[in-house]
Design a protein around this ligand. Sequence first.
Ligand code: SF4
Length: 355
Amino acid sequence: MTDPTPSDRLLDWYDRHRRTLPWRAAAGTCADPYHVWLSEIMLQQTTVVTVIPYFQRFLARWPTIHELAAADLDDVLTQWQGLGYYARARNLHKCAQVVSANHGGEFPTTESALLALPGIGAYTAAALTSIAFDKRAVVVDGNVERVVARLFALTDPLPGVKKTVKEHADRLTPDRRPGDHAQAMMDLGATVCTPTSPKCDLCPILAHCLGRQQGIAADLPRRAPRKTRPTRHGVIFWLQRKDGAVLLRRRPPTGLLGGMMELPGTDWREGEAWREAEARQQAPTEARWRLLPGSIRHTFTHFHLVLTVMAGQCAQSPSGPPSGTWVKREDFGSQALPTVMRKAIDHAMAGTAKS
Ligand code: SF4
């Protein structure tokens, strides 16, 4: 009898220790592709714990891909609030429309056809092929990357070592139950082969692990030092009408936070903070602007942002109305406002309540 392969051991372990997740099918059945796709898009850049309530809310509201396709984009962006990376939400909506209109609501079952859909990159195509259709594909997320780097003692740093990780992950992937293999690797990374202090004593592939044998597992994968993020500065304008409504505007459809709502503001520039007089020139209208004490900090992938807030009032019906939408405070909840703007609104409300 031949010795069990790492994948045999992993599948055996998975049958006993698999995580119960709302998008996962019961053992021995295939997951709903809509659920897998939705969860995988949401899981990019964030954790399972964060995603679960979003996933449940999306499904309760749009139980099928046809319903998501027919949804208003603003509703989708509003429900997405807090997950960040809003381009993903826009692509999610676009993808639902394409699958609904061009594929009868069924996701295509090959990686190449999946890759042609909006917002589906190499990772998501592989995950769907494998998990939803149980076809062989090489699925490498952050968890898998860590397990593979340790298992094969890959000491070159990320991101350079990614190609080698993928080659090893490919060799590990079996023809039998490829979807379960992919999920077993993810679960192992999430629960046993954790970023710090891997629980090697509980690991089903301990006997194969070169990183463990060499005593370097916990230090892997190595990472090239991150470039430091620059800091950008901006000023935003909290303009209130006499009836309490506040001026919001929509960001351009593409680019950072594309299509989301925001408080009007200056550009976000690197280097020097804005001087008050200079910022006023970009205010949405003339008003007695007042700089509120303190600032808001927010970090995007490529930069830190520091925002200050200037507050002003204008007449009930200002002549030459500034462009944008007047929104009552109680209606902020239904606006597609990104986290950075929610922070700015909290800051403005606290600052103006004191005066
Ligand atoms: Fe990770 Fe330890 Fe298992 Fe190696 S033996 S894969 S380091 S948990």
